[in-house]
Design a protein around this ligand. Structure first.
Ligand code: IMP
Ligand code: MG
Length: 187
């Protein structure tokens, strides 16, 4: 059975590529807690709908809402843009629509990472047709130097350099989402 191999330095070696520890579980956990607290405060008296963008956001979303202490609901979109590569194909496809009616609701789009901003732009345009009362975006990671689209990310876990990362929901060719912490490709 293939196993995720870590070397003595705790790095993950995938073929010729080496991923080094970047954000550990403790750091992620404490930041996610802060985000949950802030959102609970911002939405007090409301019942927001957290909309996770599959697949990447599933771990972040589940940890985030455990730190939200007001009533809330969840739903999911599924988008595809990366295929099995490390760079976006530049076109986004909607693979799964929302199930709940968000007309008049306060929605929070939850992403694992914002790179060029294309996915968020796509979601913003899609959501206009759903007519929510308000829409905010919460992303665990943002690569500010990679942003190519004019999108506003209201809640950011960490700003990171424009490098490829894996773990905590983020994949490389669909794998490594199950790593508890985040690793960055060393160049
Ligand atoms: P964007 O549309 O260019 O902003 O890309 C956002 C999507 O690409 C995210 O939802 C991720 O699924 C994926 N993505 C962007 N950067 C990375 C990365 O470093 N590792 C894994 N997936 C990434
Ligand atoms: Mg994603």
């Amino acid at each position: 059975m293939p196993e995720i191999v870590k070397n003595e330095a705790g790095q993950i070696v995938i073929g010729k590529e080496v991923f080094v520890p970047f954000l550990d579980e403790k750091k992620i956990k404490s930041r996610v807690k802060q985000l949950g607290k802030q959102i609970s405060k911002d939405y007090r008296g409301k019942v927001p709908v957290f909309i996770g963008v599959l697949n990447g956001a599933f771990i972040f979303l589940s940890d985030l809402i455990k730190n939200v202490n007001i009533d809330c609901e969840i739903d999911f979109f599924k988008l595809s843009s990366y295929g099995d590569e490390k760079i976006s194909t530049g076109n986004v496809r909607l693979l799964k629509e929302l199930n709940c009616d968000v007309n008049g609701r306060d929605i929070i789009i939850v992403e694992d990472i914002v790179d060029s901003g294309l996915s968020i732009k796509f979601i913003e345009e899609l959501m206009m047709h759903h007519k929510p009362a308000s829409m905010k975006v919460c992303s665990l990671l943002v690569k500010p130097n990679s942003l190519r689209y004019n999108v506003k990310i209201h809640h950011i876990g960490f700003d990171i350099p424009s490098k490829f990362v894996i773990g905590y929901g983020l994949d490389y060719a669909q794998k490594y989402r199950n790593l508890g912490s985040i690793y960055v490709l060393s160049e």
